[in-house]
Design a protein around this ligand. Sequence first.
Ligand code: ZN
Length: 313
Amino acid sequence: MGLPKEVTITEVCPRDGFQTLPGEVPTDVKVDIINRIFECGFKQVEVTSFVHPKAVPQMKDADEVLKRINRPEGVTLRALIPNLRGLERAIEAKVDKVKLMLSATDSHSLNNANAKTFDAMKDFEAIVKRAETTDVKVGASISVAFGCPYEGPVPIERHIEICKRYEQLGITEISLADTTGMATPVNIKLVVSTLKEKFPSFHFSLHLHNTRGMAFANAVAGLEEGIVDFDSSVGGLGGCPYAPNASGNIASEDIIHGFEEMGIKTNVDLDKVIDVAKHLRELFPEQIDSFILKAGKNSDLHIAPGKQKKIGE
Ligand code: ZN
């Protein structure tokens, strides 16, 4: 099928997951879960977002979390930032990479960032310049890239326009996010193939939500277009505070299991991921859900039922 042999899975539960939990998750619990995630072997973890505490109260202890987590060698710590203030906090907290937030549509952007898409990018030049004076790398996202809860389908011209602006800014690592799980394999393929052709120096990744059960099919569509970087969240935890009814990210254990069964290496320890998911399910039973938690792995073989006496025989 010409699929990649190896992919990188970025764990986003500490950001996308924790931000959607009702009430406050104690800092200690966050630190413990992030450290357990590191044990699984993820090479990149989205550890938090440096947003205004009033906008996303669940992330208000971001600076404290970063001070207290382990920092395993070779693991890239990524944080989401909305503006220059967020970058300053990220630099202070010594993250390796920041990801700029941006919505594909004006209406989602107005809800998420209080500005239309291109107005929300105004700060980006200053952010890139400031980051260049440090070791912090800058990537960016396009949220609701495959469908907006307020505007519906996003025309491909819109993605091209946004990527042109990113190109001018020198930002070439772009996360295409299906924030509300509206993507299909068909529009994943259209968007990814068009953008890869128009921006050959860019590195695109996929951030998929499983709102309508399409995430794994969409991931495979991405693989077929040569995508080798995917975000996922342990236990399927996640959502978007500004995307109504957006349910969780594709669960890390589901995407890792699926890819490994297809012969694609993820270099993550699936059993350890399942253990973290089980632990999360104990803490947040309402929010944790994945196929692998329910059904187990393909390799968890069952004892075949013996020849049983049938009733009435
Ligand atoms: Zn998300």
